[in-house]
Write a protein that binds this ligand. Structure first.
Ligand code: CA
Ligand code: CA
Ligand code: CA
Length: 457
């Protein structure tokens, strides 16, 4: 019994240490009205300025507000305070790594119970939000929403801003998109038709110039499409499974940096409601991103590009909600910690988003979410720093190539790592890095090649 108590105590200490890697929670709204639906830049941001937007019930309709992290958080700035409901904001950053960044905020502007438009407004950091621009119409019914998303795509001379939203009319349900190249917005175009839900916009895997990418849910499966110059590609499925797959998100790669894109979502494929993530160069296989045992239900996964690891490519932060402690709490997995709680307040903590920023010396991730712990909904956030981990000449874990071999079962004695270099004791199907048992003649781990494999059970 004593040893069990000691073990339990150690586990509690380890858990506390892990969670303390997140500094917070910091309360970011203080209005006694409801502040909900936070959103923040998905792009990895050079410097230290990201933008948080959310909606607040004021004067009996919803309005959009913003704050900027600039070392601390700037005072609130209204994006729109007009007399109809303005809901579901999203924001993206235009940043040339030299001047002050600019940000586009988009949201649903509900003119009536059924009809509205997608509006966009621009701000250069330090100025005020500009007058709103209508990007295109929306039709919504009770309980559904256009949920606009926005992302910037780095170009040779200027960035392109892409916006996508869910729409429907008598011809069916579809995703509409519009883009801004130069000084004007394009007319809306239909990206994907179908009885889809939970569409999210991000960037595809790319070398230097990414392409817009959409994910969505259709009849319990996850699908994606990428837009080439000729239009949106034929949709393809993400990590097919006969079980229920819901609520995908795209974890975008960095702006000027060569790095990939992941898809995260929730699935019942292991018999519980859990969060899964693909590899950055294959959307065909998912690996679990949360605990197996006593993990409760895990849902609403989101992510952002983050940090360089010993595997010499970029890893991401994924945040989600888990109710394993009896109420919704915020959890994350990131490059060094697996299934870490960010906040365990007994209130309802939901709707997380992730935003990451920094320079080559230190990188910072914020998880932002809404909580009702104050007696009304407010926005809270916690942050973590990553000083970066450099590849060293004698690093034990290294990748020989980015190509993965498909294997069924692993060689006896092999050591298995996940994409962030953590050892995996009982790997499920997924993408791993395998180091064979060194021979007696070669006990130097650095002399052993690590192979990337797709493990199929
Ligand atoms: Ca309003
Ligand atoms: Ca909670
Ligand atoms: Ca509030």
């Amino acid at each position: 019994m004593k040893s069990q108590f000691v073990l339990l105590t150690v586990c509690c200490l380890l858990s506390a240490v892990s969670a303390q890697s997140w500094d917070g929670p910091h309360q970011l709204t203080f209005n006694s009205s409801d502040d909900i639906n936070p959103s923040a830049c998905k792009e990895f941001l050079p410097g230290h300025t990201t933008c948080l937007v959310w909606q607040r019930m004021t004067a009996e309709n919803w309005d959009i507000f913003s704050r900027f992290s600039d070392g601390g958080w700037t005072p609130e700035a209204a994006v729109t305070t007009d007399s109809v409901d303005d809901v579901n904001p999203a924001v993206a950053c235009l940043n040339d790594w030299q001047d002050g960044p600019s940000y586009w905020c988009v949201w649903e502007h509900r003119v009536s119970r059924l009809v509205g438009s997608i509006r966009a407004s621009l701000i250069t950091f330090g100025d005020s939000w500009g007058p709103p621009v209508d990007l295109g119409p929306t039709i919504h019914t009770d309980g559904d929403s256009a949920m606009p998303g926005i992302i910037t795509i780095k170009g040779a001379s200027a960035d392109t801003v892409w916006v996508a939203w869910r729409n429907h009319d008598t011809s069916g349900t579809y995703i509409t998109c519009a883009f801004r190249a130069g000084d004007s917005w394009s007319s809306p175009e239909i990206a994907v038709m179908g009885d889809l839900r939970h569409a999210r916009l991000g960037r595809s895997l790319a070398q230097y110039y990414a392409k817009p990418m959409l994910v969505w849910e259709l009849a319990g499966d996850i699908w994606y499409s990428i837009r080439d110059s000729s239009g949106w590609r034929t949709p393809a499925q993400v990590a097919p499974s006969a079980y229920e797959d819901h609520d995908p998100d795209i974890v975008s790669g960095g702006g000027m940096i060569e790095c990939g894109t992941y898809v995260v979502w929730q699935s019942t494929r292991d018999g519980d409601t859990a969060v899964y993530i693909t590899e950055q160069d294959s959307f065909s296989v998912g690996q679990r991103a949360c605990e197996d045992s006593a993990a409760g239900r895990n849902f609403s996964p989101v992510g952002a590009d983050f940090a360089r690891t010993t595997l010499d490519y970029w890893m991401c932060v994924v945040a989600w909600v888990s109710d394993r402690n009896g109420n919704p709490d915020i959890y994350t997995s990131e490059y060094r910690d697996w299934d870490v709680w960010v906040d365990l307040d007994s209130a309802d903590d939901i709707a997380p988003v992730v935003t990451c920023m920094g320079d080559w010396g230190s990188q910072m991730a914020w998880v932002l979410w809404q909580s009702d712990r104050t007696g009304n909904w407010d926005i809270f956030g916690s942050f973590v720093y990553n000083s970066g981990v450099q590849e060293t000449p004698n690093a034990e874990v290294r990748v020989a190539s980015r190509e993965a071999a498909v294997v069924r079962g692993l060689p006896a004695g092999a050591t298995v790592f996940d994409a962030s270099g953590r050892r995996v004791v009982n790997p499920k199907s997924g993408i791993y890095f395998v180091r064979p048992e060194p021979s007696a003649a070669s006990r130097q781990p650095s002399a052993v090649t690590v192979r990337k494999v797709i493990l199929q059970r």
